[in-house]
Design a protein around this ligand. Structure first.
Ligand code: NAD
Ligand code: DAU
Length: 342
């Protein structure tokens, strides 16, 4: 698999995946298509910009003319579709862009990739399509889809389209579903980078509800290695789940972050819960371990420390992505919850 079209490569996980490909495979070539929405930041790949194996194309995955033309002229062996609207809270405020990019965009990518006949089409999905768990149990690849947010509903709809192209057209698709990622280059709207950034500025950390919701945290490089393994060793038509065996209640995580930053727990502020808030996610990774030879490698304590150090070492990156439109979003999302502080 020499030439790969990656979509959404200027985002958090896509940029880490592209760096992994270029580091691990000397003869790989990457074409990165990204619309550069608020979450897309070319600075995430500034270090590889001049690598002759890398090419950037600005464009929208939901634009059929652009995508068809790009695939017709790029001669790629595989497509990895990371591009998405990815934040649950934004999908509650406005689900329109989620339907457009996550569903229509996936349909456009599938049709264009099928037309040129790529060897593999990998859809990067999420464990949120399975809905929510109670205190016990784990999501497996057999868990029925039961999405609860507009974000996860749009990802589940995309997964259904991808699945149908395998059954109907025998198109060689693979779906991966991962739990909550953390690591460098994550946009500070998601829990970990938002709370690091707020704590560093002595601002409140808005914990939704009682803070007892549980997420299974996985380092972004473990996710990137999983996508790589699924792309190269996965069986068409199959789904592979990835998780970090890193379950934590949000409140426990928040306290860990404050302790690591040497900031007081009094910065914690309990705010109105997220509408439809899924209680718990946890992943059974047995299939990926058995069939792909994959396992998470980064232990949470080390990964969190490295992530905090990365944010401490990159204040300019943080300030730049938080400028402009991010300020409006912060006010809309947290204005009522935090009052004048937001
Ligand atoms: P992100 O929001 O950081 O990045 C998304 C990228 O997609 C951005 O660069 C953005 O500019 C681009 N994009 C958005 N709309 C586009 C469009 N119409 N055309 C082209 N590019 C567009 O997201 P992320 O956290 O890196 O997530 C990447 C993928 O992984 C998503 O599909 C997400 O559903 C999935 N995922 C994320 C997590 C997580 O914890 N972040 C976990 C599991 C799965
Ligand atoms: O599970 C995979 C999913 O993980 C991905 O598909 C999504 O793209 C990604 O955004 C993430 O979704 P979550 O909604 O779980 O992540 P988020 O960081 O937004 O929230 C994590 C938990 O923290 C969740 O229980 C909500 C809570 N939270 C979040 C924010 C932003 C708060 O308590 N306060 C906050 O301000």
């Amino acid at each position: 698999m020499k030439k790969i079209l990656v979509t959404g490569g200027c985002g958090f996980i896509g940029s880490n995946f592209i760096r992994l490909q270029l580091d691990a495979y000397p003869d790989v070539e990457i074409v990165n298509v990204d619309a550069l929405t608020y979450a897309g930041n070319p600075e995430n790949l500034a270090d590889i910009d001049s690598d002759s194996r890398y090419r950037f194309e600005k464009g929208d995955i939901a634009d059929p003319d652009f995508i068809e033309d790009l695939l017709a002229t790029s001669n790629v062996d595989a497509v990895v579709n990371f591009a998405a609207e990815s934040h649950v809270d934004r999908s509650i405020l406005d689900s329109g862009p989620f339907v457009q990019t996550n569903i229509v965009g996936t349909q456009v990518m599938l049709d264009a990739a099928r037309k040129v006949g790529v060897e593999r089409y990998l859809q990067v999905s999420t464990d949120e399509v399975y809905g929510t768990l109670g205190k016990e149990g784990f999501f497996t690849e057999e868990t029925p889809l039961a999405p609860n947010s507009p974000y996860s509903a749009s990802k589940a709809a995309a997964d259904m389209l991808v699945r149908s192209y395998f059954h109907t057209h025998k198109f060689p698709v693979i779906i991966t579903r991962c739990s909550n990622n953390y690591g460098p280059y994550q946009f500070p709207e998601k829990l970990i980078p938002l709370f690091i950034s707020n704590a560093l500025n002595d601002q409140s950390l808005p914990v939704y509800g009682k803070g007892d919701n549980v997420r299974d945290w996985i380092h972004v490089m473990d996710h990137a290695r999983g996508v790589d393994a699924a792309l190269r060793k996965g069986v068409p038509g199959e789904v592979y789940n990835f998780g970090g065996h890193g379950e934590l209640q949000n409140l426990e995580l928040t306290k860990k972050l404050l302790d690591a930053l040497d900031k007081p727990h009094s910065l914690i502020k309990y705010v109105e819960d997220r509408a439809g808030h899924d209680f718990r996610y946890a992943i059974d990774t047995a299939k990926a371990e058995r069939e792909l030879g994959w396992a998470p490698q980064v232990d949470f304590e080390t990964g969190l420390r490295d992530t905090i150090d990365w944010y401490l070492g990159n204040p300019v990156w943080v300030e730049r992505v938080k400028s402009g439109a991010y300020r409006d979003y912060y006010e809309t999302q947290y204005g009522n919850r935090l009052g004048a502080e937001a």
